[in-house]
Design a protein. Structure first.
Length: 189
């Protein structure tokens, strides 16, 4: 169970984060490929590389959810939460649907995720509801980041991207946390 610490300690946060990242990265991966009549040894080798990369990207998304969802007053909702969202802060009144990249969701998935945020907003009007993307399509856009507001199903949703979002959650610690996460990922891969 994820509880909110009364006094935040960056050292405790890093210790817990190290363990979480280790568990995520060392988890066994699937290596069974789907069958295709036209498979060749070369294509099977390439499919395995793609499968491993996809699994790695999914683990990176899970790591980001842990990094942000275990920081100070935020809760990582993991899977199975009734809201279907990724991160909540009851003290800061923030609800977040998190994506690693701006192209992670196709248009129907994005609509479905915005729908979840709008439903949450209607039931909890005092909350800021955020559809967040860690990475944009270029380094420049990611570093610059952005925050904009939209209306979706008559509910105000904020769209956060890049460093603007990371700073919004991790505040003045964002650089040291990003450095820590990079080093920890390297340590376990």
């Amino acid at each position: 169970m994820n509880t909110i610490e009364l006094v935040f300690s960056i050292d405790n946060y890093f210790e817990k984060l190290d363990n979480s990242i280790k568990i995520i990265l060392l988890r066994k991966e699937k290596e069974i490929l789907t069958y295709d009549i036209l498979d060749t040894e070369k294509s099977k080798k390439n499919k395995l590389i793609c499968l491993k990369q996809k699994q790695y990207q999914m683990k990176i998304g899970e790591i980001w959810q842990e990094v942000l969802g275990s920081y100070k007053d935020y809760l990582n909702l993991k899977t199975g939460h009734p809201s279907g969202l990724d991160i909540l802060s009851h003290t800061k009144k923030v609800a977040i649907e998190l994506k690693n990249r701006t192209n992670t969701d196709n248009s129907s998935s994005k609509k479905s995720n915005l729908d979840k945020l709008a439903i949450f907003k209607k039931s909890n009007p005092e909350y800021i509801c955020i559809y967040a993307n860690i990475n944009c399509d270029t380094e420049e856009k990611t570093i610059k980041g952005s925050i904009k507001k939209i209306l979706h199903n008559k509910s105000e949703i904020e769209i956060h991207t890049g460093y603007e979002f990371i700073k919004y959650i991790l505040e003045q610690n964002y650089i040291s946390i990003i450095d820590f996460v990079k080093k920890t990922i390297d340590k376990y891969t």
